[in-house]
Design a protein around this ligand. Structure first.
Ligand code: GLN
Length: 552
């Protein structure tokens, strides 16, 4: 019988070290060795999921096919690996406690005192064990937060116990840490790492491998020092430098430092060397773009680097497919409101308005969309961005000045965006939107159908409001066409302006289904349109898809 191996990834010294990216890279390298991998993340905060958290606090909420609202690191997992992700792939302290408390109310614990150890830790261990199985070689479990945080303790205790349950030889502990560079001393400092590993060892976890994030190369002297003080062999001190070009370089650089080899050896897995040809080709393309475009992403949370994470990644993927480097400019809606769309947006080759909630920033989005529509700049509207495109069209083409979404004005005489039946009477905020993968039927002959090259697509949703079908005919009559609907034709999933070079609004989130090796067709189409515009404006004439293909 195949025994599933477990890798636990913890982090120390500071947060935001790129644990998610590193875990995803490990997953990728193991998959490329022919192993079947499952990925999961534990988040020590008490919210049940990030769905109700502000993007300022949490960054993007990443939605899975099954409708779970998860941490953005799961986006890295999906972009790098083929591990199927479900509700079982992301657990928070809130969810763990919710389960335990539910059981307590059901009387499952038969009169025992319910405690962190063993009840909470058992629940955590069950969540880890759930991913193991006959067809799984390796489960990678990332522990969010930083060693030393009070709220991380039960998770660390659980992963320590886990090795006792399944055997030490089946578990591997990887600790990601920071080696800061002190300019005044012109030195890399290993002390914070020593302390962080010291704390792990106090809990009873001796890390097997240290991955050291650093801006300068780690010398053999520093590696030896870290190895000695942290009680690991020197070959297990792996350097991970900041990447110059792209996050997609991380797996290769870890491979070059021997990480995957070390992991399989330690876990006793016999596998061939990783098959990385397509990945190398991908990096080749990333490093040598033939063209460039600049895209404005106009959003309420644009100043936050991670608020639209998957959108930025998907734009990059669309660029890679077109041999194009995409320069993304994050623009806050308030800036458009203050300075005017013309001033802020002139010169961009494409404008993207992402999703969002609440009224703030709406007018800036509408101005940006009006600018894109009137100046014929390629436009991509996603979720709220699409809803704003419909409002903009109703206001400025149909002349319905008060057109709005009932999310922002319940009394509008033109509720072009409104709640559909199933969203009435819902009062709970968490997990109650229209969530997860749903099918959509594409209208043949539309730009979207041309991009997708198929009739039915499954895309992920996260919204309450919808385009009001009552207005479909009038909008279409004025030039805003429906390009996809739900299979029962009740919900409008894509709108387009056929007379515009590229104006597409989607009710769903295509960015969650884009991978560097499988770029999303709509992002490919959008970047291609932006490139065509740039070349037309610079007088070189538009580049056709065929000429792009022919030149490579
Ligand atoms: N606020 C809008 C709704 O709930 C859009 C949501 C989104 O952009 N994800 O429908």
């Amino acid at each position: 019988m195949r025994r599933t191996k477990h890798i636990f990834v913890t982090g120390g010294v500071v947060s935001s070290l790129g644990k998610g990216l590193t875990s995803a890279s490990i997953g990728l390298l193991l998959e490329r060795r022919g192993l079947s991998v499952r990925m999961q993340k534990f988040d020590p905060y008490i919210n049940v999921d990030p769905g109700t958290m502000s993007p300022y606090q949490h960054g993007e909420v990443y939605v899975l096919d099954d409708g779970s609202e998860t941490d953005l690191d799961l986006g890295h997992y999906e972009r790098f690996t083929n591990s199927p992700l479900t509700r079982d792939s992301n657990w928070t302290t809130g969810q763990i406690y919710q389960q335990v408390i539910r059981k307590e109310r059901q009387g499952v614990f038969l009169g025992q005192t319910v405690q962190v150890i063993p009840h909470i830790t058992n629940e955590i261990k069950a969540a880890i064990a759930k991913l193991a199985g006959e067809d799984v070689d390796v489960v990678i479990t990332e522990i969010g937060g930083t060693v030393g945080d009070i709220e991380s303790q039960p998770f660390l205790e659980a992963i320590r116990q886990f090795a006792l349950d399944v055997g030490k030889e089946n578990c591997l502990y990887i600790h990601l840490t920071l080696i800061p560079y002190l300019r005044a001393a012109d030195e890399l400092k290993t002390k914070p790492t020593q302390h962080s590993v010291g704390q792990l060892r106090q809990i009873g976890i001796q890390p097997d491998i240290l991955i050291c994030r650093t801006e300068k190369a780690l010398g053999s002297e520093e590696r030896a020092k870290i190895a000695l003080f942290c009680n690991v062999p020197i070959e297990a001190v792996i350097e991970e430098r900041d990447k110059e070009f792209s996050i997609y370089e991380v797996p290769l650089s870890l491979m070059e430092r021997g990480l995957d080899e070390l992991i399989v050896r330690r876990l006793g897995l016999r596998t061939p060397k990783p098959q990385m040809d397509d990945w190398l080709e991908l990096l080749q393309k990333i490093r040598n773009p033939k063209y460039e475009v600049s895209i404005a992403v106009v959003g309420k949370y644009a100043e936050h680097r991670d608020a639209y994470k998957s959108i930025y990644e998907a734009l990059d993927h669309g660029g890679i497919a077109n041999h194009t480097q995409v320069h993304i400019q994050r623009i806050q809606t308030q800036v458009v409101e203050r300075e005017g769309a013309e001033r802020v947006l002139t010169g961009f080759d494409g404008i993207l308005v992402p999703g969002g909630f609440g009224e703030r920033g709406i007018e800036g989005k509408i101005q940006a969309i009006r600018f894109a529509r009137e100046k014929r700049v390629p436009f991509f509207g996603i979720c709220l961005g699409m809803q704003c495109a419909v409002i903009e069209f109703a206001r400025h083409v149909l002349g319905w000045k008060e057109a709005n979404s009932t999310e922002f004005n319940k009394e509008t005489p033109y509720p072009v965006i409104c709640l559909m039946d199933e969203q009435w009477n819902i009062t709970d905020k968490g997990g109650t939107m229209r969530l997860g993968a749903k099918p959509a039927l594409l209208v043949p002959g539309t730009r979207s159908a041309e991009c997708y090259q198929t009739d039915v697509v499954w895309e992920r949703h996260r919204h309450r409001y919808e385009v009001n079908p009552q207005f479909e005919e009038v909008l279409a009559g004025a030039g805003l066409q429906v390009a996809a609907t739900s299979p029962d034709r009740k919900l409008i999933e894509i709108v387009e302006i056929p007379s515009h070079p590229w104006f597409v609004g989607v009710q769903f989130h295509p960015e969650f289904k884009s991978k560097p090796t499988a770029p999303h067709p709509l992002f490919v189409g959008f970047v291609r349109a932006a490139l065509a515009r740039r070349q037309a404006v610079s007088g070189k004439g538009p580049v056709s898809a065929e000429s792009l293909a022919a030149s490579h």
